[in-house]
Design a protein around this ligand. Structure first.
Ligand SMILES: [Zn+2]
Length: 337
C-alpha cells in the first residue's frame, strides 16, 4: 500500500525533470479514471479533495472510494491531499480523515496573517506526520470558493501579483512548509486569459535561488485544450473564449525548473462534460447513466494519461516507491494506529 506523503515524490521530482499530477476527485468515476490512467502509465499521483468536494460527495463516501482505489492498486504511489484548506479546523479534520498532505491557503490574507496561519497548520500537521503546502502571491480566475482576479485585471497588473522571491524565502523559513504554491502567471478555471499566456520563468528561477530545494507547486494549470472546447460547443454547450496554460509551458516548468506538483482539475471536467454532451446529443434516447458516465470515465482516463506525459511522470512509479522505502516508509500517524 504505497499510500504516502508527497515527500518521496518531491525528493525525486525537484531536479528529476518531472512533476506529480494532483487531480481533483469529486466522485467515483473521477477516482477510477485517474487511478486507471496512472496504473497504465506507472505514474505516481496525488488525489486532491477540495472543501467543495468534501461537501458534495460527503467525505466519508469519498474516503472509502479512495481507499478502494488504493486497495485496487497497491503498487501505485498515492498521496491524499487537501486542496485549498482555509482554516486550521478544516485541516485538523482532514488529518483525522487520513489525508497524507494538506494545503493551507492564506494567500488572500495580509502577509503576517498568512505566516501565522500557515505556521499554526504546519505545527499541527507535522505533529501528525502530514506534510504542508502553502501559497504566496495571487492567482487569477475562479475555483469553487477561491475567487481570484478577472482575466483582464490579472493580465494588466500581473507583475504585482506574482510571488515575491525574497518574501518567499522569509515565508518558508518562518513557517516550515514542505512545498510552496507560487503565482507565476497561472490562473484558476476555464477562462484564465484573454490572450496567450506566458509563465514567468524568471520569477521561478529567482525563487529557486532564494529558496533552494523547496518544492514548488503550480495551481490553475489546466491547458483547456481547444478541441475539447470545440466538442462542448458543438454538442450544445456554450464556452466561448475559454483559454488555459499551453501544455508546452507546463512541460517546460516541470522539466527545467523545481516545479514538483501541478494541479489539474478543469481539463478533467472538460473531458467529462464534452463526452456526456456528445452522448446526449448523438443518442437522445439514452437514459442509463452508465452509458454516459462510462464513456465519460474513459475520456477522463485518456485526458489524465495525456497529462502524465506532459508532466513527464509516466514510468516514475518504481523510483518513487524506492525512495519511499529509503526514507523508512513515512506515513502519517493516522495509519500507524
Ligand atoms: Zn488552486
Amino acid at each position: 500500500m504505497p499510500l504516502m506523503t508527497t515527500k518521496p515524490m518531491f525528493d525525486l521530482a525537484y531536479d528529476g525533470g518531472f512533476a506529480i499530477g494532483a487531480f481533483n476527485v469529486n466522485n467515483m468515476e473521477l477516482a477510477q479514471a485517474i487511478i486507471e490512467a496512472c496504473a497504465k502509465e506507472q505514474s505516481p499521483l496525488i488525489l486532491q479533495i477540495s472543501k467543495g468536494a468534501r461537501k458534495y460527495a460527503n467525505i466519508r463516501y469519498l474516503k472509502h472510494i479512495i481507499d478502494a482505489a488504493v486497495e485496487d492498486h497497491p503498487e501505485l504511489p498515492i498521496a491524499i491531499h487537501c486542496d485549498h484548506g482555509d482554516t486550521l479546523d478544516l485541516i485538523q479534520q482532514c488529518i483525522k480523515d487520513g489525508y497524507t498532505s494538506v494545503m493551507i491557503d492564506g494567500s488572500h490574507h495580509p502577509y503576517e496573517q498568512n505566516v501565522k496561519e500557515t505556521a499554526d497548520v504546519v505545527k499541527a500537521a507535522h505533529a501528525a506526520g502530514v506534510v504542508v503546502e502553502a501559497e504566496l502571491g495571487q492567482l487569477g480566475g475562479i475555483e469553487e470558493h477561491v475567487v481570484g482576479l478577472s482575466a483582464a485585471d490579472y493580465e494588466k497588473n500581473l507583475a504585482k501579483f506574482l510571488t515575491d522571491p525574497v518574501q518567499a524565502a522569509d515565508f518558508a523559513k518562518r513557517t516550515g512548509i514542505d512545498s510552496l504554491a507560487v503565482a507565476i502567471g497561472t490562473s484558476h478555471g476555464a477562462y484564465k486569459f484573454s490572450k496567450e499566456s506566458k509563465l514567468a520563468f524568471d520569477v521561478v528561477e529567482k525563487i529557486m535561488k532564494t529558496c533552494p530545494g523547496l518544492p514548488l507547486v503550480m495551481h490553475g494549470s489546466s491547458s483547456v485544450p481547444q478541441e475539447f472546447i470545440d466538442l462542448v460547443n458543438k454538442y450544445g454547450g456554450k464556452m466561448p473564449n475559454a483559454k488555459g496554460v499551453p501544455e508546452e509551458q507546463i512541460h517546460m516548468a516541470v522539466t527545467k525548473y523545481g516545479v514538483c506538483k501541478v494541479n489539474i482539475d478543469t481539463d478533467l471536467r472538460l473531458a467529462m462534460t464534452a463526452k456526456i454532451r456528445e452522448v446526449f446529443a448523438t443518442k437522445p434516447a439514452e437514459f442509463d447513466p452508465r452509458n454516459y458516465l462510462g464513456p465519460a470515465r474513459e475520456a477522463i482516463t485518456s485526458m489524465v494519461q495525456r497529462k502524465l506525459h506532459v508532466l513527464n511522470s509516466a514510468g516514475k512509479m518504481e523510483a518513487v516507491n524506492k525512495r519511499w522505502e529509503q526514507l523508512g516508509r513515512p506515513l502519517p500517524t493516522f495509519y500507524k494506529k
